[in-house]
Design a protein around this ligand. Structure first.
Ligand code: NAP
Length: 304
């Protein structure tokens, strides 16, 4: 990876380098530093991203450290997204609605909490799959943090309907309410008639206890003319996506969402547009090309 140009100190990193990091537990597996350092290098910015291992319950101390040390920004991951929402000075409307923060930016001396997961998914739909949610019928499987962000973002993007299916009923209702008038709880069988079907559960995730669990939506319900998206990106192409593709559905994995949510974070911190193509290439190299990615690079024009 190329390095930012020498700063005033003539070397990098230096005492003048702006520091951001990803805070979570575990954190060493996070791709955020790779994505952000790739972007900083591409833009020639004197910034660096590192990992901050912060255990459960330690978010207040970590945020105090961010304030005291002049850390320029944070990516926030498990288990801190909810806790950090209660610790920043301001929340964006999206973060307030979700009650969860995945990005902290220092703006005019205040710590502002944002949530870029949903806009990451919508950006990857538009740029990676040529799919605009406006006026489309969407079904989201899952009601956790990622699903909630996706449900809200699809509604904001103009979806005509956002149906939520989940193992635990009351969580489905809570998630569906984030889509306002177009949200409702539904049945997995409704996937057969949706334009977009999103798996927002960890079913199929390599190494997870749920890797071989039964998916909420039977891929046998899907067919040509539909888009199936799995938020899981390891493997790049889950068994559920492969089965959906075999049925003729278009498919896209979760790596584009990961890249775009990170791109939005970088834009918030630096005021610069993120180089999503470079970030995509770095992410792809890191996760490994374990078969078809299920989706085009985020910036590539949709083909046939
Ligand atoms: P979470 O908050 O723990 O929520 C997990 C959801 O999955 C819950 O709705 C849960 O249902 C459901 N679930 C878990 N195991 C299940 C099973 N065996 N069968 C059916 N449903 C099951 O997790 P999250 O943060 O939302 O993350 C979900 C997935 O999205 C993970 O794989 C994560 O890696 C991925 N993700 C990807 C990106 C990206 O950028 N691509 C971003 C964020 C997350 P209950 O409510 O019934 O427990």
């Amino acid at each position: 990876m190329s390095r930012p140009p020498a700063n005033r100190a003539g070397h990098w990193p230096s005492a003048a380098t702006s520091v951001v990091g990803v805070m979570g537990d575990p954190v060493t597996q996070s791709l955020s530093p790779l994505l952000h350092n790739t972007a900083f290098a591409d833009l020639g910015l004197d910034w660096v991203s590192v990992g901050f291992p912060v255990g459960a319950g330690q978010a207040p101390a970590a945020l105090a450290g961010v304030r005291a040390l002049g850390i320029a920004g944070l990516s926030v991951t498990m288990p801190h997204k909810s806790a950090v929402a209660g610790l920043v000075d301001e929340l964006t409307p999206t973060a307030a609605r979700l009650g969860a923060v995945n990005c902290v930016a220092r703006e005019k001396g205040l710590l502002v909490g944002d949530n870029t997961d949903g806009q990451g998914l919508v950006a990857s739909l538009r740029r990676g799959a040529g799919f605009d949610p406006a006026g489309r019928r969407c079904l989201v499987a899952g009601a956790g943090g990622a699903a909630r962000a996706v449900v809200a973002a699809l509604a904001d993007a103009g979806a005509s309907e956002v149906v939520v299916v989940n193992r635990t009923a009351h969580r489905a209702a809570e998630a569906a309410s984030l889509a306002g008038g177009v949200g409702r709880v539904g049945d997995p069988a409704e996937a057969a008639t949706a334009d977009l079907v999103v798996n927002a559960t960890p079913v199929g995730m390599a190494g997870a206890a749920t890797e071989r669990a039964r998916p909420l939506v039977d891929p046998g319900l899907l067919s040509a003319g539909q888009l199936a998206v799995d938020l899981v990106y390891h493997p790049l192409r889950t068994a559920w996506l492969a089965a959906a593709a075999a049925r003729g559905a278009a498919t896209m994995g979760g790596l584009g969402m990961l890249v775009h949510q990170a791109a939005s974070q970088l834009a918030r911190w630096t005021g610069r547009e993120a180089p999503v193509e470079a970030m995509w290439r770095a992410a792809l190299a890191a996760v490994g090309r374990g078969g078809d990615v299920g989706g085009r690079p985020p910036g590539e024009a949709p083909g046939t």
